[in-house]
Design a protein around this ligand. Structure first.
Ligand code: BEZ
Length: 217
């Protein structure tokens, strides 16, 4: 069963290339992004990890920790980081979980169909797919996305989604299609017009149920 949005994400202990972690303790009071990849030393994965490394300052600005995971071991992760850094020209300072027994992959439902079919999966079937889990400081799943082996993820979109999640966290606001920071947000229907204007200033009412307001800074 896939994890549902708003479910508390599983807690687990795991080895990483930076030592053992206890996942919920590692998240602490931060936002967190857990992203899986099929295999170390593979081309698409190298571009993805390079993209995450290049965005280090952006994750930090948003109080967000990032952590990768694959079924490879700690020594492979350490060696592969050298390749990632020379390709991307950026330090891959985030940890990568070594999930060799697939414990975390199963907890988060990161395995492709072949790996969970009853007839004898081969070791090649145990590669995780490309999932992203954005987790709030309350340890709840805020967003997940899954891409197939052949398509590298768009980390600019992951960053945009993180911005939208943070702008609407625990407030009656929502982000419209293609929203980017600086644009107006939508006020939830739990507030009537008067309450909405008291809280967020003048509304731009497109429809009775579609009301924009300046995003609070
Ligand atoms: C890649 O990252 O390039 C890749 C990984 C597993 C299967 C196919 C491609």
């Amino acid at each position: 069963m896939a994890l549902r949005i708003n479910a508390t994400v599983p807690d687990f202990k795991a080895d990483t290339d930076q030592g053992e972690i206890s996942f919920h303790d590692w998240i602490g009071d931060s936002w967190a992004i857990l992203f899986s990849h099929p295999k170390d030393f593979t081309p698409v994965c190298t571009t993805e990890f390079g993209a995450v490394a290049q965005l280090a300052d952006e994750w930090a600005k948003r109080g967000t920790k990032v952590i990768g995971i694959s079924v490879d071991g700690v020594e492979d992760h350490k060696k592969w980081k050298g390749d990632i850094e020379s390709f991307a020209g950026a330090n891959a300072g985030f940890p990568i979980i070594a999930d060799q027994n697939l414990e975390v992959a199963k907890l988060f439902d990161m395995l492709p169909e072949e790996a969970v079919l009853p007839d004898q999966p081969t070791p090649a079937d145990s590669a995780t797919v490309r999932s992203v889990f954005i987790i709030g400081p309350d340890k709840k799943l805020k967003l997940s996305m899954t891409y197939p082996m052949t398509i590298g993820r768009n980390f600019a979109e992951v960053l945009r989604a993180l911005d939208a999640l943070q702008a609407t966290y625990e407030v009656p606001l929502a982000a419209p299609a293609n929203w980017v920071p600086g644009e107006d947000v939508i006020v939830a229907l739990s507030l009537n017009d008067e309450q909405a204007e008291e809280k967020y200033g003048k509304l731009d009412k497109k429809l009775p149920y579609l009301r924009f307001a300046k995003a609070p800074s």
